[in-house]
Design a binder for this molecule. Sequence first.
Ligand SMILES: Cc1cc2nc3c(=O)[nH]c(=O)nc-3n(C[C@H](O)[C@H](O)[C@H](O)COP(=O)(O)OP(=O)(O)OC[C@H]3O[C@@H](n4cnc5c(N)ncnc54)[C@H](O)[C@@H]3O)c2cc1C
Ligand code: SF4
Length: 522
Amino acid sequence: MGVLRLILGDQLNRRIASLSDLDPEHDTVLMVEVRDEATYVRHHKQKIAFLFSAMRHFAAELEADGVRVDYVRLKDRGNTGSFCGELERAVKRHKPQRVVVTEPGEWRVWEMMQDWRENLSVPVEIREDNRFLCSRGEFERWAGDRASLRMETFYRGMRRRTGWLMDGKEPVGGQWNFDSDNRKRLPRDLEPPERKRFAPDAITQDCLALVEAEFGEHFGSLEDFGWPVTRQDALAALKGFIRHGLPTFGDYQDAMRTGAPFLYHALISPMLNAGLLTAQEVCEAAVRAYEAGTVPLNCAEGFIRQILGWREYVRGLYWARMPAYAQTNALEATRDLPWFYWSGETEMNCLAQCIGETQAHAYAHHIQRLMVLGNFALLAGLAPAQVEEWYLVVYADAYEWVELPNVHGMVLFADGGVMGSKPYAASGAYIDRMSDYCAGCRYDVKVKAGEKACPFNYLYWDFLIRNSERLENNPRLAMPYRTLARMSPKRRAEVKEDAGRFLATLDPNPPAQSGAQAASAT
Ligand SMILES: Cc1cc2nc3c(=O)[nH]c(=O)nc-3n(C[C@H](O)[C@H](O)[C@H](O)COP(=O)(O)OP(=O)(O)OC[C@H]3O[C@@H](n4cnc5c(N)ncnc54)[C@H](O)[C@@H]3O)c2cc1C
Ligand code: SF4
């Protein structure tokens, strides 16, 4: 036989490097559903169902085009449950001349691949992932050994290179960034478009049943599953977004509303990260819509910056700085993740809303992840590794290459400023400005101290006090530290007391277990 081409679950693209020279006469494509990958963290049930279904559809499309696919299902007899075991078995079955694979999205799997090179009885060729707009090598050359990197500089370079939204050497509209236009509060009478939901077909239904049976204890619900699982449906989702969401995307990019989890967001990250869509085609669709006059510049630019800028930047940073990147804890945060991150049972309405939507949809939009869920983790001093695991578990789009820099760097500042210039710490006023959550909360966002006060208000100042030595010389935090310097000792003591009282109530255990532990302790 010819070549054995291993396609991982997040590499579902016909143009992926490992298929570029596919010879259907002699080669076999290997795809494997393995328990280790579904359980190394207990992924949201929708993520597993999405990936298994997308894999099965992708395999069926290849077969329909005359490609030989060796597809190992989760429950097939003899399935060893790991990539290594399945690859070894497949090499024995097919006796290929060599194995070809595209580099993975996670360091963990990258290390496995190095073992395959050493231990398999046939040569293993690992190809560069050609789905990104900036290769790992290019990013490393750009980053060099600088201690801190900045997305904005990277992004401008990428705009120049691609020519997207460029007028010669200058950005179209004379500005690189329209962020200041993109922070509007959502007007009460504005109704965002309905999410385009893709009803599960027979293959997806099988996967939903499999996941419920095998991974029923995992986080989240399958009830509202509506993700596209084929390239055709992913393209339909993209088209729907460009027409109905993108023209308003920029303006309300940061807004949050109770009962409206999707607003004007694209809902494409699971498909982009699994290969059903490419960054290039998504950005080109946005550029075309701008050039056709159907999308204003602030929306097209705001959207393209997320993909050409942030997405490429975090991916480059991950590979350039791993594995050391994951080990730092610059703010020495050690508190355990409170149980309510799993259950949603908290009286803080903003957190309860965002966690509830995450359970239901395996989705929360960027500002919910950053300024509600992440902001709390930062201010409460939660341990980075626990927070990172939570984010890797709960979202359908979560892979370490994109999750880790966003959580470790952007949210927790655990990298000490490699990724961003300051922590995104905010008091309740920000959440109140950008959402309607506070109206339904038992706390009062306008109250600064005492039982009724919004916890974000005193946690914000407590965070700045606790981290004074590390952060007070950061020029981007000069203003809050000036305010803190003017704070009376009495007020400081009040902040410390409120924060201490509140933080002591955070329990990492489920209520029943806490009760049992308390009972056994007495
Ligand atoms: C704490 C935290 C954790 C995150 N974890 C993930 C993750 O595991 N996987 C993931 O794909 N994204 C992650 N993001 C980025 C972002 O929140 C999601 O990509 C976005 O919410 C996906 O929804 P959407 O497709 O509707 O995005 P839109 O808001 O419509 O944006 C369009 C696209 O831009 C890209 N994008 C936007 N922001 C980022 C970013 N900061 N980093 C990388 N890509 C970005 C995504 O591909 C997204 O699909 C995280 C952000 C934060 C703050
Ligand atoms: S009052 Fe505070 S805790 Fe309650 S929803 Fe508003 S920001 Fe969140």
